[in-house]
Design a protein around this ligand. Sequence first.
Ligand SMILES: O=C(O)C(=O)C[C@]1(C(=O)O)C=C[C@@H](O)C=C1
Length: 312
Amino acid sequence: MISVPNTSALPLTFLGPEGTFTEAALLQVPGAVDMERIPSTNAASALAKVRKGEAFAAMLPIENSIEGGVPATLDAISNGLELRILHEVVVPVSFVLVAPAGVTLADITAVGTHPHAWAQTRDWFGEHLPNAAHVPANSTAAAAHSLVAGTDAFQAAVCAPLVAEQTGLNILAAAIEDNIGAVTRFILVGQPGTLPEPTGADKTTLAIPLPEDHPGALMAILEQFASRGVNLSRIESRPTGQFLGHYIFSVDVDGHVRDARVADALRGLHRVSPGMRFLGSYPRADRQEPLIRSYNSDAAFGEAADWVDSLL
Ligand SMILES: O=C(O)C(=O)C[C@]1(C(=O)O)C=C[C@@H](O)C=C1
């Protein structure tokens, strides 16, 4: 079940329309099938529904194994009213090329799809349709739906196989992804309040502005993790938008804020970068437990705190 139960009866939202990989991810959250689910056009509008109390939580893509972070999601969760990640889901991604009846490969001069899907099928297009232009869409399914609505901006779309079934579009080519076995990671984002319980295999997500631009500023951030034995599973920088060269580091670390080593690292980080945002601690989709040295265990932190207290 969702790591934090929805007692509000509010709907869930997702990057839509029907048939996106994001919807498939949401449907993997136990209990979500029985809840009302409303599509959103993009990450910002999905999170606006959560921030305004119109949705309990929003499912969004955050990271792909080939193309990396999803900037729209990273920016939308790092700015604006604070939010919390409650749950993560990892979904295998495989793409098909679809077109309305009568369209053949030879007719295609432009292809609509999400930029992440285009990036994951670049080699296939290089080989089969090297002159086709990419028309960016809000999602893979949105591109397919606009084909059905009769867009003249592109003749074909790259989307999930399910969308071909849902829309009745023809599949011109299947499994066109360049890397078999690619996966996308999705996050369910809700309001701050309840914190998922630690499971022993958790992840914590942070948005850390670089406090002052001086040599070693990033090192000062990273050493907070290193000295407490906290492993990073993702780190990337996103511009704050304030001025050139001003960045926020978006980071995932192994562990839960209720783990003493993670809490201690957060204390250190708050001193170094007081504008840091805690974006949640939630169970890892792969259930993999981190390797923790005995001197970084909860017991070792507790014993060390008691020892200092005994000196005072
Ligand atoms: O467009 C979709 O279907 C999505 O769910 C978005 C998204 C992404 O942003 O990465 C999800 C998975 C695929 O990697 C391509 C697109």
